[in-house]
Design a protein around this ligand. Structure first.
Ligand code: ZN
Length: 156
């Protein structure tokens, strides 16, 4: 069965109602079904929505950015950080690729810095308010490329 390309707006909060992120007021998100572009736990629930509908979807951490893993917290020497100045709470990417992990500085003691490589939303149960703008069948090119083209998609 051919996949669809879905365009939607979202507002993301945690289960206490704390605001995390939103696409409202900016570009909507466009994704090709099955491409892994949005988190699995959200995509599977969005399959039941039709264009023009709004819904609130609960995505537990395990189906979103995963549970927290204490083994992903480690101490390194200050000298190895690619930063001259930093403070607790700063985040940086560990490599040049956009998929390289983002680490957060969680402690600084002398010349030892503690880094947490858990995703900032690991362990967080998510509540999405979504508004589906439109759904269309993917083109053959989109299906073979594995991503959406056009507005909000890949341009090339
Ligand atoms: Zn393409």
């Amino acid at each position: 069965m051919p996949s669809n390309v879905v365009r939607f707006h979202y507002t993301l909060r945690d289960t206490r109602g704390q605001f995390i992120d939103s696409s409202q007021g900016g570009e909507p998100v466009t994704y090709l079904e099955g491409s892994g572009q949005i988190i699995e736990g959200l995509e599977s629930q969005m399959k039941s929505l039709t264009a023009g509908t709004k819904a609130q979807l609960n995505v537990p951490a395990a189906q979103a950015y995963g549970v927290r893993d204490d083994r992903m917290i480690q101490k390194v020497a200050r000298a190895v950080l690619p930063l001259d100045e930093f403070q607790i709470g700063d985040q940086f990417q560990t490599g040049p690729d956009r998929h390289d992990p983002v680490v957060t500085i969680v402690a600084i003691e002398g010349d030892q810095v503690t880094l947490d490589a858990n995703h900032p939303l690991a362990g967080v149960d998510l509540v999405f308010d979504v508004e589906v703008l439109d759904i269309r069948p993917a083109t053959a090119d989109e299906t073979s490329h594995g991503h959406a083209h056009g507005p909000g998609g890949v341009h090339h």
